[in-house]
Structure formats: structure tokens, C-alpha cells
Design a protein around this ligand. Structure first.
Ligand code: EPU
Length: 447
């Protein structure tokens, strides 16, 4: 049963008039890539879990639909930005292709279902625009814990009457695999060690949440996570607040720097952005800690070019790569970006070139020679972060930029245009029929 509509931004576009300097303050939402996993983990509790700082995003609604189809009852309070998940009764163990194919993160339900129901039938997510994005580490790790897994007709069928803790090694520190394995191992007999685990703040948040509801996990945030299995009955209702979204924060910082502005970025954990901040400073931006959860970011004059390689946390985040590329398009000199996580994450390049950028791409390297100015053009978001990068390019460009395919952007940025407009950007959301030109749709109208 689909309980929550996914919004209608397929036909909507942004119209941006570039050249405005962004000033003021903006508050950052809860982390998309954390809350999705917290929601999945909430099915471990035979009762009600309340999660705060839940952003209003399409991806969150997809995960709520996944939970609803499993039988969980949900109360999504958008005013309070909270969701209560009542997982007293889980009546299905199937996450259907229709939902999993819309959002890969719903695959995290696999580990949670294995712990809760000892069984799961979850659609394989398949590749996506930015790369093949396999799930072999998830499957191999679950099998090592004792799950019997068959892949049939595009679904993972997992049976796990008794999981036993084990030493697990990841070939690369995959975020999703670390999360699925933690979720399954929390109810395994004995101890599980995940080595070469992902160290992202979202992993720490999931471990903290799991510990809050009754798990016994140590080492999250390092490359070795130890999970001592507990009984399913040990999980209990609790309240929990999602960490701030470091990628949304980095996106707004970049937008301010791109327009030579000055703004306070509020409700963040500055330590989660250390590497990105350092790169912005190398480019000539000024970054000051205003208080423990606020950064003041500003820039003047032309930025300097930099080189960087995307890496797992704490390295340069791949999710800010496209956004940083927009900054480099008009920086002084030549910058080189190496994308080391995904095979196809330079999809913004053709559209940036259409705006006048000088970018040479050779496999996973992009060489960006800074030009004086970008010029507005019609462009289309090809994925979430590429879309945000084009919006930033539009803010930098002379004249008008139209960004299409906003459904990609709405997956991960809550009221993106409203927040940018509040900083002084000239940006409106409209649809082709021109019936609804406004300064961004309201939360209610996108339900
Ligand atoms: N990989 C495998 N086999 C696996 C798992 C991963 O080969 O079993 C490869 C992937 O193909 C990819 C690399 O490992 O090349 C890294 O993938 P990872 O599993 O770490 O990524 P993910 O869990 O699928 C999350 C975020 C992404 C973010 C990456 C890396 C969520 C919902 N998604 O994806 O976020 O780019 O970690 O930090 O948490 C975004 O928000 O725009 C986004 C794509």
C-alpha cells in the first residue's frame, strides 16, 4: 500500500537569473543518507520509534513507503520534522522492485528484515546513472554470517534462521554494505567484526541509533566495527535526532563561495566537512567557526583552481565533486578532478560545457580550465548532485539558466530554491504550463 505520494516535480524547472551575491543565513536539514538508514533500522523495534530532523525529500517518502508495505505504521509530522515508526507488526518481508528501483538506499531494508524476521525478499537495486553500483559485498558478508541467499528473478531471497557473528572484510569501505552488515549482525549470535568498514558520519549515526534502541556496537567511525549480537527482544522504543546533512551544507557553502557572498551555514557539524572546507580555503574562500554548529563562509574575487581526488570519508566526498567542479569552471588556472568511487559521475560535464566551461574529460579524470564567465543556458539534471552543480553554475552565470528534471534534485534537497532565494538568489520553480510560477512549491503541495 502506497501511503505517501512522491511529488510531481518531473515537469518542473528552475529559472535562474545569475549574478546575484548570496548573503544571509541558511539552516541545514537532517542528513538524507543517514535518515534513510535510521528508518530502515526502526523495524527492529516491536513498538514505536520517533526520529527527529527528518527532511522532506522524495527519497524519505520512498523509504516510508517501503516500511508501510512491510506493515509498519507511520506518523510523519512535517511541522515537527519527525516520523514515528510503529513496527509492532511486520506483516511482509518483501521490498518490491517498484520501490527499490526508485531508490537504492531501500536495499538497506535487507539487513534490517534479516534481523527482525529471519527472512527477506528484496529487489536488487540494479545500476544507476552514476555507475554500476553492485551489491556483492552485501551478499558475501550476509552469507558469511550464515544467511542462505538465492538471487531469483531480480530479487534477493534471504533466509537466516540463525546468524552467527564472524570476521567480515570489505574489499572497499562501502557505505551501504557496512550498514546492511551492521543491521544483520546486531542480532547474530556472538561478535562480528567488520574490517575496512566505511567511516562516514552516517555510519556513526546508524550505530548510535542502533545502540540507542538496544544494540551493542563499538568502533563506528573507524575502519573496524565490532558488533556484539543481542536478542531481538532487547530492542526497545526510543527517540533519536538525525545528524545534519554535510552534503547539503557543502552545497550551500559552495553556492555562497561561487557568488562571492557571505553567509552563515547553521545547524551543521563542522567536523564532518573538514576536507571540503580545506579545499574551499585553498580556493581562496574564508571559513570561520561562528559557533559549534555554525560556519561563516565568504569569498571575494576570483577563486584559485585546485586538484582533488574523491575518496571515502574522511577524504573529499564524491557527493560534492560535481558541485566543486562548478566552482572550478571560472577559477583562475587549471584544476584536475579524479573521481575514484563511481565510473560515471561526470554527467554534469556536457551541460557545464554548454554554459561555456572548458572541461576535458579522460575516463575518471576531468581537467577544468577556468574561463572568465559562464553564460546561462538550458540544462537538465541527470542525477541529484549533478543537478545541484548546474544550479550553482546557473547562479554564477551571466543571464538566464533553465534547469530541467528537478525530480532528481528533490530527492536530496528540501525546498532548494526557497533556501537559495532566502539568500538572495533569483531562482523560481515553474512548470511548462506556466500555471504555477512561484518562489518554490510548499511542502504541502508536493505531498
Ligand atoms: N560497491 C561494490 N560492491 C558493493 C557495494 C559497493 O562494488 O557491494 C562499489 C559501488 O559500485 C561504488 C563504491 O563501491 O563504486 C562505493 O559504494 P558505496 O556502497 O559506498 O555507496 P552507497 O552506499 O551505494 C552511499 C550514498 C551515496 C554516496 C556513497 C559514497 C546513500 C543512500 N548513498 O551510497 O550518496 O555517493 O555512499 O559516499 O547513503 C548521493 O547522496 O547523491 C549519493 C549517491
Amino acid at each position: 500500500m502506497i501511503v505517501i505520494g512522491l511529488g510531481g516535480s518531473l515537469t518542473e524547472k528552475f529559472k535562474i537569473h545569475g549574478g546575484e551575491t548570496l548573503k544571509g543565513e541558511v539552516s541545514i536539514c537532517g542528513a538524507k543518507n543517514s535518515v534513510l538508514k535510521l528508518l530502515a533500522a526502526a523495524i527492529l523495534v516491536k513498538g514505536c520509534t520517533k526520529i527527529y530532523n527528518v527532511p522532506d525529500l522524495t527519497d524519505v517518502k520512498i523509504m516510508l513507503n517501503v516500511l508501510s508495505e512491510l506493515g509498519a505504521k507511520l506518523d510523519y509530522n512535517m511541522e515537527e520534522k519527525s516520523v514515528v515508526v510503529d513496527a509492532s507488526d511486520i506483516t511482509s518481508v518483501t521490498a518490491k522492485y517498484e520501490l527499490v528501483s526508485k531508490m537504492r538506499a531501500s536495499f538497506t531494508i535487507l539487513g534490517a528484515l534479516i534481523s527482525r524476521c529471519k527472512e527477506a525478499i528484496v529487489a536488487l537495486p540494479g545500476g544507476c546513472a552514476i555507475g554500476e553500483r553492485r551489491v556483492d559485498f552485501h551478499i558475501k558478508g550476509l552469507e558469511t554470517l550464515g544467511a542462505k541467499i538465492k538471487i531469483e528473478n531480480g530479487y534477493v531471497h534471504a533466509k537466516a534462521p540463525k546468524l552467527v557473528g564472524a570476521d567480515l572484510y570489505l574489499d572497499i569501505p562501502s557505505v551501504g554494505a557496512t550498514e546492511n552488515l551492521m543491521l544483520a549482525a546486531v542480532t547474530a549470535h556472538g561478535s562480528t567484526r567488520i574490517q575496512n568498514a566505511a567511516q562516514e558520519p552516517e555510519i556513526v549515526d546508524l550505530a548510535n541509533f542502533l545502540n540507542t534502541i538496544g544494540a551493542d556496537i563499538t568502533g563506528a567511525g573507524t575502519s573496524e566495527i565490532v558488533i556484539n549480537g543481542v536478542n531481538l527482544e532487547d530492542f526497545h522504543p526510543a527517540e533519536y535526532t538525525t545528524i545534519p546533512d554535510r552534503i547539503e551544507a557543502g552545497t550551500f557553502m559552495a553556492a555562497v563561495v561561487a557568488t562571492h557572498g557571505k553567509a552563515l551555514i547553521k545547524n551543521i557539524y563542522p567536523a564532518h566537512l573538514t576536507f571540503f572546507n580545506d579545499k574551499l580555503i585553498q580556493m581562496g574562500a574564508s571559513i570561520k567557526l561562528a559557533d559549534p554548529t555554525t560556519i561563516e563562509v565568504s569569498s571575494r574575487g576570483r577563486l584559485n583552481s585546485i586538484n582533488f581526488v574523491t575518496q571515502p570519508y574522511p577524504g573529499f566526498p564524491t557527493d560534492l565533486q560535481a558541485i566543486a567542479m562548478s566552482l572550478l569552471t571560472t577559477a583562475n588556472g587549471v584544476g584536475i578532478i579524479t573521481e575514484s568511487l563511481y565510473e560515471n559521475r561526470f554527467m554534469q560535464v556536457p551541460d557545464l560545457r554548454r554554459m561555456g566551461a572548458d572541461i576535458h574529460q579522460d575516463r575518471n579524470h576531468a581537467i577544468i580550465k577556468g574561463v572568465k564567465n559562464l553564460a546561462g543556458a538550458n540544462v537538465a539534471a541527470s542525477d541529484l548532485r549533478a543537478g545541484a552543480a548546474l544550479v550553482i553554475a546557473g547562479l554564477m552565470a551571466n543571464g538566464e539558466t533553465i534547469v530541467e528534471k528537478l525530480h532528481h534534485i528533490d530527492r536530496g534537497y528540501e525546498t532548494f530554491e526557497k533556501k537559495l532565494a532566502s539568500l538572495g538568489a533569483k531562482i523560481v520553480r515553474y512548470n511548462d504550463e506556466n500555471v504555477n510560477i512561484n518562489m518554490g512549491v510548499t511542502n504541502e503541495s508536493r505531498l
